[in-house]
Design a protein around this ligand. Structure first.
Ligand code: NAD
Length: 257
């Protein structure tokens, strides 16, 4: 699959799944815009490394995905957006009646609202270019729920719903919108929720991994960022031109249970 000549913007891509997807899109030939809310030398160095190793053009643009105007500015500053991967996301684990309001607001803003703003800014560019791919990184939690993750589950179900709507609005254009629903992937986001989950369930780290996280994943293996990158590249391929408005689970069988 060659994505040469296409420009991909991946939100939240200085780490984890977003970075893995960026690498696979670059290996498939797409020029890249990496993003996060920081502006460190190492953020720009990641873009330089991808460019050097794959031969594509890669830039890092700082924009805070919790702020609607910065989401839109990211797309405008990139200047072109053939492939939009809405990946930025955070997590917080707490019972609903104790869920901190600021955490609820931040999760809904970063995991859901940002995709509304970036998609709204990117669609006119895709229409002008006559081609577009929107890949939203939802979650198994976009299709099922778990206790203590009310905001995350709400945001991920929301992005699955928004994906379907965007797909219907673009159905007769050469633009598709789909959501990838990963199960557990051992990224910094998952590492960070282990201590809180240990507290909520009164379990050791090993038991949280085995009995809470991978308990839901029949394969008993974490999915990898490379597998998610490969799935995103597939959704950008010609073979996927009639795949729109749907979800692809990369969850080791979680949602088959
Ligand atoms: P991660 O913490 O490694 O990466 C999250 C990325 O989002 C980072 O690049 C971070 O800098 C960025 N980000 C956070 N807040 C931001 C903000 N305000 N503005 C811009 N960027 C911001 O986590 P990850 O596991 O790679 O998660 C990536 C996506 O995958 C998220 O949407 C997450 O919900 C989803 N997901 C992860 C898993 C998993 O098991 N890791 C499973 C299902 C879905």
């Amino acid at each position: 699959m060659s994505l040469t000549g296409k420009t991909a913007i991946v939100t939240g891509s200085n780490s984890g799944i977003g970075l893995g997807i960026a690498w696979e899109l670059a290996r498939a030939g797409a020029d890249l815009v990496l993003n996060s809310f920081t502006d460190r030398d190492e953020d720009h160095a990641l873009a330089a490394q991808i460019a050097q190793e794959t031969g594509v053009e890669a830039r890092y643009i700082r924009a805070d995905m919790s702020k609607g105007d910065e989401c839109r500015a990211l797309i405008e500053q990139a200047g072109r957006c053939d492939i939009l991967v809405n990946n930025a996301g955070i997590q917080h684990v707490a019972p609903l009646d104790e869920f901190p309001v600021d955490k609820w607001d931040a999760i809904i803003a970063i995991n859901l609202n940002s995709a509304f703003h970036t998609t709204a800014a990117a669609l006119p560019m895709m229409r002008a270019a006559g081609w577009g791919r929107i890949v939203n990184i939802a979650s198994a939690h976009g299709l099922t729920a778990s206790p203590f993750k009310a905001a995350y589950v709400a945001a991920k179900h929301g992005i699955v719903g928004m994906t379907k709507t965007v797909a219907l609005e673009t159905a007769q254009e050469p633009i598709t919108a789909n959501a990838i629903c990963p199960g557990y992937v051992l990224t910094p986001l998952v590492e960070a929720q282990i201590p809180d989950t240990m507290k909520e369930y009164g379990m050791s780290r090993e038991d949280v991994i085995k009995n809470v996280m991978l308990e839901r994943q029949p394969s008993k293996q974490f999915a990898t960022v490379e597998q998610l990158g490969g799935t995103a590249v597939f959704l950008c391929s010609d073979a996927a031109a009639q795949i729109t408005g749907t979800t692809i689970s990369v969850d080791g069988g979680w949602t088959a249970l």
